[in-house]
Design a protein around this ligand. Structure first.
Ligand code: PRP
Ligand code: URA
Length: 213
């Protein structure tokens, strides 16, 4: 396994390892797969927002005043359709007040390059911390195209949450988007000649929505 570069955080936790095995298991049916990806989304988002600012929020407990704190910065969740929707479901449980923007993109399976078909992002997104959500970082093409769009809308604080990353995808992002932090549950061995992550979990979107052949 290659050593991840400094902008990659591989979250090491027994609960994540357990969930990841369920996600990888070809016998896991779509309903359970979706639930597992959502749970991973919640746990990975928890790690990704460790450094969010807090603001002072004095309150009264039932017994006395208390110098409370509340989240001070706005967050936007941006799932890449389709598979990012599962992660967004979990991340929304953690951050129910976060806005959600959507980017529609699929990989042309012959060229392995991303094809964009939709975007709807909140107008104030530039002033928020963005969690870009996609379970699979394979060639990195989809993530880089999404990052280009987010940058064109003024986003500067962008963190990419994925479930599995390939060494190739990490290297490409390190070279082309070194300011973007990647938070992942694992870095897998390699890509196969069809651009699938090995050992991987297969096609995340198909497994989530039951569209495998
Ligand atoms: C998958 C995945 C990523 C992309 C990763 O989406 O969810 O978006 O592939 O591959 P890359 O790093 O090589 O670009 P897919 O194209 O299968 O679309 P789908 O989620 O709609 O099925
Ligand atoms: N997209 C997926 O869904 N799975 C892979 O292994 C690679 C890209």
């Amino acid at each position: 396994m290659p050593t991840p570069t400094s902008h990659v955080r591989v979250v090491d936790h027994p609960v994540l390892a357990h969930l990841l095995t369920e996600a990888r298991d070809r016998q896991t049916p779509p309903g359970r797969f979706r639930a597992v990806i959502a749970q991973l989304g919640e746990l990975l988002a928890y790690e990704a927002v460790r450094d969010l600012p807090l603001k002072s929020a004095p309150i009264q407990t039932p017994l006395e005043p208390f110098p409370g704190q509340r989240l001070g910065g706005k967050v936007t969740l941006v799932p890449i359709l389709r598979a990012g929707l599962g992660l967004a479901e979990g991340a929304q449980r953690l951050l129910p007040d976060a806005s959600v923007g959507h980017i529609g993109m699929f990989r042309d399976e012959r060229r392995l390059s991303p094809v964009s078909y939709y975007d709807k992002l909140p107008p104030d997104i530039a002033n928020t911390a963005v969690l870009l959500l996609d379970p699979m970082l394979a060639t990195g093409g989809s993530a880089l195209a999404a990052l280009e769009l987010l940058r064109s809308r003024g986003c500067r604080d962008i963190r990419l949450i994925c479930v599995l990353a390939s060494p190739e995808g990490i290297e490409r992002l390190a070279a082309e988007a070194p300011d973007v932090r990647i938070i992942t549950a694992a870095v897998d061995r390699e890509l196969d000649d069809r651009g699938y992550i090995l050992p991987g979990l297969g096609d995340a979107g198909d497994r989530m929505f039951g569209t495998s052949e």
